[in-house]
Design a protein around this ligand. Sequence first.
Ligand code: GAR
Length: 199
Amino acid sequence: MKRLGILLSGRGSNFEAIADSVGAGRIDAEIAVVLSNRPEARGLEIARSRGLNAVCIPSKGLDREVYDRMVVEELKKNRVDLVCLAGFMRLLSAYFIREFPLRILNIHPSLLPAFPGLDAQHQALEHGVKLSGCTVHFVDENLDSGPILIQTAVPVLDDDTADSLSARILKQEHRIYTEAIRLVLSRKFRIEGRRVIAG
Ligand code: GAR
């Protein structure tokens, strides 16, 4: 069975959605490790309460590649096949990417390439777009870059706040992350340039 490594920095709702999908058999894999760079991440607590292997490797003050080498070692120790970034608020080094070629996914709360980086929902509101959404993509060395697996759009309403828009997007994040993981595990896709073509 394929083994997932989940990396997170905070709340962990995407991780929970993935764990639910694993539990329900929608994802044919097991969660080998849940790893956080922040000791206080709620996602770690959730992992422990679900009886999962929860590991904290604090990143504070460490050089990026030094840190990434520690994380990669932990992932390899747990024989992880696919790495899922779920609110992991760090850029990965070239070293990390090379160790897991086309085996690292990320979810981002906008229709990339619009609004990469922090506070994507706030950026969408400020810009005045009428549609936003979320994206699951392969991770490369750049911020919120890499070939796109799945996107879904949601409306931006006139009375939206960053919170209400985030909640609408989050619901879709939880759905499409499972879909994207299923697609990658099925290996029924090919990549042409930047395009990921399913089937
Ligand atoms: C999610 O909205 C995710 O898309 C976003 O952080 C949130 C984490 O929530 N990620 C990024 O902005 C990455 N650039 P969660 O901890 O409840 O899954």
